[in-house]
Design a protein around this ligand. Sequence first.
Ligand code: AMP
Length: 221
Amino acid sequence: MKTYIVLLGPPGAGKGTQAQKISETWSLTHISSGDIFRENLKNQTELGQQAAGYINRGELVPDDLTIAMIRERLSRVDCANGALLDGFPRTPAQASELTRMLFGFGGKVNAVPYINVPETVLIERLTGRWTCQAQGHVFHAKFNPPKEPGHCDYDGSDLYQRDDDKVETVTRRIHVYLEQTQPLIDYYRQRGTLLEVDGAQPIEKVTADLLAALVKIKSAN
Ligand code: AMP
């Protein structure tokens, strides 16, 4: 039985942090579309060059490029039992393509945990975010500080502030989210897979709520 979980929420909802916990608990490969794009930017691949302008402006990379990238990633052996998707789908077109794609892999979207956070909280959160150079672990100057300032707790590498975590870009990303990604909440609610969690709580409480909500699919499988 394959399990595919789609983690939904606005930029700054803590998807990356929560995805790490869910993927550990569920032994599912964590696939972050944003991390894959950043990796491609860093390595200056063709995909990275095609996506760079969109990412730096805080816009979405076109659907065809993004969908092809995710299809390739999901077809790898470490996704044989399913995957936890973080940052994909982000548009209705990506969502319907995902349904088709997973059908081809012999699965479906089993659950869509949605981390709901009021808009007012998001900007403060995003502009304080620091990411580790080596593996993309995420910290926050105020809400989730690293034990040693400037260094990752997990691998010791330097922390940096992503270009797209600057104030103007953050505002843009929230706007793009409201316009293009928010419709997916209804899309999945109508399909009975949405599991809404209050994301304005402490990180550990959000994790506990997410894991408790996901138990439902364990019993359904
Ligand atoms: P994230 O780390 O998920 O916020 O992603 C960073 C950036 O990568 C986004 O602002 C987009 O430019 C791009 N990106 C990530 N996922 C997608 C997606 N599913 N569709 C289009 N662009 C994406």
